[in-house]
Design a protein around this ligand. Structure first.
Ligand code: NAD
Ligand code: DAU
Length: 378
């Protein structure tokens, strides 16, 4: 079956992995990467698929309702996988307006375009799907707890029946009330509500997923893992917020992309699925793993660079702990993360060390010229 799918934010970190997966796995689909190319968009992330016949790049702002609506009509789009967003919490603290504009108004513009176009077709919603990618941060923050006096991390059993290490006895499940704290997560929460409202009010065939922290190749080096790998390599200070005690739940980005593929094709309309690998890490412990891994791979004495750790003022409103319960996805659709964290971190550190040119292009700003050069005359 042929399909035409718009993937928004395909030039970003997660979006580029989703585009690559869909372009390679589904040669019969037409994949349109719709991206504004903000500072976070980098077409060099997609060098290996840009000449494939089933791939097309369109430089467009999701807030451009007229443009998006026309693109849907011209291309006979029957699926939307929506990742485009302003995604960095620290930036949202400095500039909340951009986050409301892109994450809320941009999502609304896509929803309205899809609704108007699909409603106008004889078959209406049949075979159509609007898939909105969201974050675990909409649920707010969990506490670090010590059940029966046991120091975290302690071994616990998820409702899936599997044991894993945790820093608290509560987890984010799909039925939790939204309690976002940062302007970023507040804007994502608002966009999630709009998506569900479009299903409930108009019948738009929607699905929403909330995923935990992703890591892997092509992540913009403002986020903890790529920033710290690059700093360790260049022996620059590592700015650890607060005491480094906050806990994040890490998932390898290709496992997220695989979940998106599965849910786009087999997830139930109007459902929400949490995505995560039951993989909690205290920031400071994760940072030590990064230092040891970079040092070892560069042939330095392991842990030689621990002195780069520099405690700095905490992030305002810093959420203490995120921990996703992805039992529903695992039980209903059979998804499992494919990589152990140690394996994923080793792969990731190797990738950044082997791709210093990619990193240098991003840190120098040269990556923004890539579009002009690649797409001039097309
Ligand atoms: P990113 O910042 O790396 O990429 C965002 C992409 O969106 C960029 O290519 C950018 O150019 C594009 N974009 C931004 N504003 C746009 C606009 N107005 N119009 C069109 N394109 C625009 O983000 P990411 O980390 O890959 O996250 C992708 C999505 O996944 C986001 O919706 C984010 O909320 C969600 N998410 C991220 C994580 C994570 O750990 N990174 C975890 C869970 C969910
Ligand atoms: O949970 C999913 C979310 O994960 C996504 O929705 C966001 O788009 C994504 O950016 C990420 O948010 P975080 O704020 O958790 O990621 P970040 O990499 O910015 O920070 C991870 C942790 O490390 C967090 O506790 C803050 C801390 N940190 C971060 C930076 C950049 C530091 O201590 N120092 C730093 O310099």
């Amino acid at each position: 079956m042929k399909r035409t799918i718009i993937i928004t934010g395909g030039a970003g970190f997660i979006g580029s992995h989703v585009v690559r997966l869909f372009v390679n796995k589904y040669p019969e689909y037409k994949i349109i990467n719709l991206d504004k190319l903000t500072y976070a968009g980098n077409l060099a992330n997609l060098k290996d698929v840009e000449d494939k016949p089933n791939y097309k790049f369109v430089k467009m702002d999701i807030c451009d309702f007229e443009g998006v609506y026309k693109l849907m009509q011209d291309e006979h789009v029957d699926g939307v996988i929506h990742l485009a967003a302003e995604s960095h919490v620290d930036r949202s603290i400095k500039d909340p307006f951009t986050f409301a504009q892109t994450n809320v108004m941009g999502t609304l513009s896509l929803l309205q375009s899809a609704k108007l176009y699909w409603e106008s077709l004889p078959e209406k919603w049949e075979g159509k799907r609007f898939y909105h990618i969201s974050t675990d941060e909409v649920y707010g923050a969990l506490e670090l707890t010590h059940p029966q006096g046991i120091e975290p991390p302690f071994s616990t059993k998820a409702s899936s029946g599997k044991h894993h290490l945790a820093y608290g006895d509560k987890f984010f499940t799909e039925d939790l009330k939204y309690l976002p704290h940062s302007p970023y997560s507040a804007a994502k929460a608002a966009s999630d509500h709009f998506v569900r409202a479009f299903h409930d009010t108009y019948g738009l065939p929607t699905v929403v997923t909330n995923c935990s922290n992703n890591y892997g190749p092509y992540q913009f080096p403002e986020k903890l893992i790529p920033l710290f790998i690059n700093n360790i390599r260049h022996r620059k200070p590592l700015p650890v917020y607060g005491k480094g005690e906050n806990v994040r739940d890490w998932l390898y980005v290709e496992d997220h992309a695989r979940a998106i593929d599965l849910i786009f094709h087999e997830g139930k309309i109007a459902e929400t699925y949490n995505i995560g690998g039951f993989n909690e890490w205290k920031n400071i412990d994760l940072i030590k793993v990064l230092i040891n891994t970079v040092d070892r791979l560069l042939g330095r004495g392991e842990g030689e660079d621990l002195n780069l750790i520099t405690y700095v003022t905490d992030r305002a409103g810093h959420d203490m702990r995120y921990a996703i319960d992805s039992t529903k996805l695992q039980k209903e659709l059979g998804w499992e993360p494919s990589l152990q964290f140690e394996e994923g971190i080793e792969k990731t550190v190797r990738w950044y060390l082997d791709n210093q040119e990619w990193m240098d292009n991003v840190t120098s700003g040269d990556y923004q010229k890539y579009y002009e050069e690649m797409y001039k005359g097309r």
